[in-house]
Design a protein around this ligand. Structure first.
Ligand code: NGQ
Ligand code: ZN
Length: 451
């Protein structure tokens, strides 16, 4: 049994002081006692908050950070970025993916994420042939989760077409493509792999309305009772193409089809007022990836209207160009401030801390999207805990919600001192405990890829 003691802790009932936790051998919290003195054997820390869920990651893209920031011959946009990304992924082996994902997941833990939703589509060998072990790439992702301790919700992607109307896939999409039966077998093997991980979960990810037909979408979503993730309305061209194909915008089309709390719409950037209200009413989660959306020039999600309608959201690090939980929440609020020329836009009432509102809603929405109850410092829940450093220059002297504001708007990941995942300490002094072992092969893979 492990015991931890925190000067401050964010419990489901709110902030508490001088909180002592006991954690059993299985990593589950057994007792939570506020207002007590530490005992000699307790590990003492300043401030505990529950770990966040990162609801959208393409782990391999971590290795591309900064490589697509040179101006090309024509106007650079999402589509020119995507062509570059397809060329990059073409050379990755399963072992490269394991090594890159381990680096990405270690950084996620170091920034305060304890669960990751991996939107995984790099299924096959470079020539498009299935690996001998069909879910070899999923196994590489799972191995990275296991090595780092990150909880994994694996979201195998169904990808079959280049654009709306069932167009054949592009050569650059060979490694992603399955038919429905082949995908069913891949999903089954992936579910077995995820099921062997501590707190592993499985969902399904029809990539986008561009990449699946309506029949395929129906078949794939019926394959699990778990979460359904889909990219939607990220780019104006995609909205226009969807209207040309169906007469409906992507989110209108999905709302007509029927959305509920199982669904997570990634980006959902370009929405009409009706779509915004409809998505909120449906109880689906908006999977927002503000840093990547800025990097790719996607546009700005109508977060203020969506939150005012009671919509659920979580955040994802998507392209992993930067991995920082606090910075995602900051970027979300800042895009609203810049476009609305206002401050504290997403705080929902007078006196509310913007950081506390962002944190609480991303905690709940991220958990919903990844098929796990939100991390909570309470008996019976896995100890998925992030300790913040109250000696950091941005956090010193803060109390209560002001700690969250200082983390999110000031310090970012540098304020994260320690992290426990299912009771096991995975980050100490701001560093993943296996950072050296993870970083050395990562450097070797990058040197090979960029030679
Ligand atoms: C992805 N990324 O799945 O990584 C996509 C690009 C595609 C974003 N949508 C791939 N940001 O659209 O085929
Ligand atoms: Zn994505």
């Amino acid at each position: 049994m492990a015991t931890l003691w925190f000067e401050h802790a964010l419990l489901p009932t709110g902030w508490a002081e001088r909180v002592r936790l006991t954690i059993d051998a299985d990593g589950v919290i057994t007792t939570v006692q506020p207002d007590v003195d530490p005992r000699p054997a307790d590990a003492r820390h300043a401030c505990a908050v529950p770990g966040l869920a990162n609801l959208h990651s393409h782990a391999f893209q971590r290795a591309m950070a900064g490589l697509t920031e040179t101006r090309g011959p024509a106007a650079d946009d999402f589509w020119t970025w995507r062509a570059w990304m397809y060329r990059f992924l073409d050379r990755l082996t399963p072992d490269d993916v394991r090594v890159i994902a381990a680096q990405a997941y270690a950084e996620m833990l170091e920034s305060g994420f304890t669960r990751v939703g991996e939107f995984h589509y790099l299924h096959h060998a470079p020539d498009g042939a299935a690996y001998a072990a069909r879910a070899e790439m999923a196994a590489a992702i799972a191995a990275a989760a296991e090595e780092t301790g990150a909880a994994l919700t694996l979201l195998p992607v169904f990808y079959a077409h280049a654009t709306f109307g069932g167009a054949p896939p592009l050569p650059g999409q060979r490694r992603f493509v399955c038919d429905v039966d082949g995908f069913g077998r891949l999903l089954e093997a992936s579910a077995a792999i995820a099921g062997r991980l501590p707190d592993g979960r499985i969902g399904v990810a029809p990539h986008s309305l561009r990449a699946v037909t309506p029949d395929e979408l129906a078949a794939v979503t019926a394959m699990t009772g778990g979460p359904v993730h889909i990219h939607a309305a990220e780019q104006v061209k995609e909205v226009d193409d969807c209207v040309a194909w169906s007469g409906r915008r992507p989110v209108e089309w999905l709302l007509d089809r029927g959305l509920d709390a199982r669904w997570c719409l990634i980006h959902a950037t370009h929405l009409t007022a009706d779509e915004t209200a409809g998505l909120a009413r449906a109880g689906a989660v908006a999977g927002l990836c503000p840093i990547t959306e800025a990097n790719l020039g996607d546009g700005v999600f109508p977060a203020a209207d969506y939150l005012a309608s009671g919509g659920a959201f979580g955040v994802g690090t998507d392209s992993n160009v930067v991995i920082d939980a606090a910075e995602e929440l900051r970027a979300l609020e800042y895009a609203q401030r810049l476009t609305r020329r206002a401050r504290n836009v997403l705080a929902d009432r007078e006196g509310a801390s913007t950081g506390a509102v962002l944190f609480a809603r991303a905690l709940a929405g991220g958990a919903q999207a990844l098929a796990d109850p939100a991390a909570a410092i309470q008996p019976g829940r896995p100890a998925d805990i992030v300790a913040l450093d109250l000696d950091h220059p941005s956090l010193v002297g803060r109390r209560g919600d002001a700690i969250l504001d200082a983390w999110i708007f000031g310090a970012g990941a540098r304020a994260v001192a320690a992290v426990w995942r299912r009771g096991r300490q995975v980050v100490a002094d701001g560093r993943h405990v296996r950072r050296r072992e993870i970083a050395a092969p990562y450097r070797a893979v990058l040197r090979k890829l960029l030679a």
